[in-house]
Design a protein around this ligand. Structure first.
Ligand SMILES: [Zn+2]
Length: 416
């Protein structure tokens, strides 16, 4: 195996990254050789010097959710840190997958690879300033200082401007790997300084294959999960391994048959909202209590719950509570969004049957329901229903109250 194994169905991108990793390695090797010669060696040229080098100091990975943007960025980070003496493996590039550099970069413990991912809706100025400060350090291992920003689309405008300065004038050994759904999600000034890589939705078969190989999932279950999630690797894995996720999906796929009167619409809407709320509650139970206890201990609160906090520490506690609240909002929104994606997939299957398209249904396990809706409605009506689900997702993006948005959707699904 190599670091590129988990970059599923993205051959064009992988070839470019491998070429960049190879040129990056050549730069480092040349620099070390010059330093070794000790003859007042010239400092090595910056990463993007020379028009022939495939290496540069800022990259933007874009692609639809589930295409593996962050995975590709991490694989590249690992290849940049590969220290295997035999660095010309697959693709003739570094990234053996086994050496200390590769391994620690992939699991997130490499001293010179900072992986930033957020469970909040936005990344602010303060956090970005810290990151920029960190990015200016020389790599401790002598290769590259790599910052992977998995949610570059969540930078606030202020944070984006802080980042811009760092991307404009990077330290010689610093590499920024930004990930976002599309180039439009990143400030134009930033993206113009990045080399852009666009990933595509990986083929269903390739996703199933990786679930079997990497996660040890049984082939039939892997194929089912890959088909149901239409090439979204992370969701496919979750569906194949998480009982709760399967139950959620089953419930959502029953919705189209339940919205035949207003009462059914309102009830279905409320249930979607409740389910999202439960997911957020689950996350809170898993994480919030521990976080709060840790902060209390760090602040020197009297032991035991309810112990008084020392004077002047209430601000820190308040800050944590705000953060937890924002995370809860984000979890609810993500959960709801997943449900809406499943619904879209259902109606897409309906449309496929209505048009007589000979494609495998994403939701083959509920073929009877798909069939029933297909024969009792028209393609035009199905298109309007798909539009209603998309409109709901957009409304949620604009911060419309979730219950209102979802009720409007279920009503539209009924009326068509
Ligand atoms: Zn390696």
């Amino acid at each position: 195996m190599t670091v590129w194994d988990d970059v599923v169905g993205q051959d064009r991108v992988t070839v470019r990254l491998a070429a960049a990793a190879r040129d990056a390695d050549a730069l480092i090797t040349a620099e070390h050789a010059a330093a070794g010669a000790g003859s007042g060696a010239q400092p090595a040229p910056p990463a993007d010097a020379g028009s022939t080098s495939q290496m540069t100091h800022a990259w933007l990975f874009t692609g639809p959710p589930g295409s593996g943007r962050a995975t590709a960025a991490r694989a590249f980070a690992a290849a940049l840190q590969c220290v295997s003496p035999d660095r010309a493996g697959e693709y003739g590039a570094p990234g053996c997958g086994f050496c200390d550099g590769c391994h620690t970069a992939l699991v997130g413990t490499h001293a010179d690879v900072e992986i930033v991912r957020t469970d909040l809706l936005s990344i602010g100025v303060k956090e970005t300033r810290d990151l920029v400060r960190r990015s200016s350090l020389s790599p401790s291992g002598g290769r590259w200082q790599v910052i992977v920003l998995e949610d570059a689309d969540r930078l606030t405008e202020g944070a984006g401007n802080v980042l811009l300065k760092a991307v404009e004038e990077p330290a010689p050994r610093t590499v920024w790997l930004l990930c976002a759904p599309s180039v439009e999600d990143v400030l134009p000034t930033i993206r113009s300084r990045c080399r852009q890589l666009s990933l595509c939705t990986p083929p269903v078969d390739a996703v199933a294959e990786v679930l079997v190989r990497r996660d040890g999932i049984e082939p039939a279950a892997a194929a089912r999960a890959a088909r149901a999630t239409q090439g979204h690797i992370g969701r496919a894995r979750r569906l194949a391994t998480d009982e709760r996720a399967r139950a959620r999906r089953t419930a959502v796929l029953k919705l189209p048959l339940r919205v035949d009167d207003i009462g059914g619409c309102l009830k279905a809407a409320q249930e979607l909202i409740d389910a999202a709320g439960e997911d957020a509650k689950q996350v809170a139970e898993d994480v919030d209590t521990k976080e709060t206890e840790e902060l209390r201990a760090a602040l020197g609160a009297a032991s035991g719950t309810g112990g008084r906090l020392p004077r002047g520490t209430a601000g820190a506690m308040k800050e944590l509570q705000d953060r937890q609240k924002r995370r809860s909002t984000r979890t609810q929104r993500d959960s709801l969004d997943l449900a809406l994606i499943d619904l879209t997939g259902f109606y897409r299957d309906v449309l496929a049957l209505q048009m007589g398209a000979s494609v495998a249904l994403a939701n083959d396990e509920v073929r009877d329901s798909v069939q029933r809706i297909a024969t009792t409605s028209t393609p035009e009506r199905t298109l309007r229903r798909i539009e209603a689900v998309i409109a709901c997702r957009e409304a949620l993006d604009r911060n419309v109250a979730p219950l209102l948005a979802v009720e409007a959707m279920t009503a539209a699904l009924r009326a068509g």
